[in-house]
Design a protein around this ligand. Structure first.
Ligand code: MG
Length: 203
């Protein structure tokens, strides 16, 4: 499986990192070795000193597809979870300055903690899903899918023009404002609506 991540999908977050609001989706990928599941602890890597959390809604792909039209995109994902797009901000900044790819900063081992998934049928309105992240008990990020620049369906349609989506792939849909650093000993808890789905420690 693969993990596809959308960047800059919330205007307030694009602003906080001094990025322009994009005219079309920006995406990058993490390999399957980036997955961290079952609330296992995350071990702070030695190659960064500025590791940031980015809390995001995650779609689970349920059908093979390419060149998917926006109209039918909703039939290609069947569940939503919550994930953290861990980012070595110092390495990403260096890569950006040199115009180099982001993989070292974004795609390293265990850089994608993902919760269990909730079936799409359990949500009343996919364009109004609340989620939030707490760092050591303090809320640091609050988002709602209605604030996305590109909707779930627009994202699926766009990605599938370039990359075939397969059953079991995950799509990270972008982070709202409030990203920041973590340190060893921190506790992260993420909520999808009122359900706590992520709860793990930085070691
Ligand atoms: Mg992200």
């Amino acid at each position: 499986m693969k993990i596809i991540c959308i960047g800059r999908n919330y205007a307030e977050h694009a602003k906080e990192l001094n990025n322009a609001v994009p005219a079309e989706p920006v995406f990058f990928m993490k390999p399957d070795t980036a997955l961290l599941i079952r609330n296992r602890p995350f071990y702070y890597p030695e190659f960064t000193s500025d590791l940031h959390y980015e809390c995001e809604l995650v779609l689970r792909i349920c059908k093979l597809g390419r060149h998917i039209s926006e109209k039918f995109a909703h039939t290609y994902y069947d569940a939503i979870g919550i994930g953290i797009d861990f980012t070595a901000r110092d390495l990403q900044q260096k890569a950006k300055e040199k115009g180099l790819p982001w993989e070292k900063a974004k795609s390293f081992d265990f850089s994608a903690p993902v919760s269990r998934f909730v079936p799409v049928s359990e949500f009343k309105d996919l364009n109004n899903i609340r989620f939030s992240l707490q760092l050591n008990g303090q809320t640091v990020q609050e988002g709602n899918s209605r604030d996305m620049i590109f909707s779930f369906d627009a994202i699926i349609s766009y990605i599938s023009k370039f990359v075939t989506l397969r059953t079991g792939d995950y799509v990270f849909t972008g982070t709202p404002a409030g990203v920041g650093p973590v340190k060893i000993g921190d506790k992260l808890e993420a909520y999808l609506e009122s359900q706590k789905l992520l709860n793990f420690e930085i070691k």
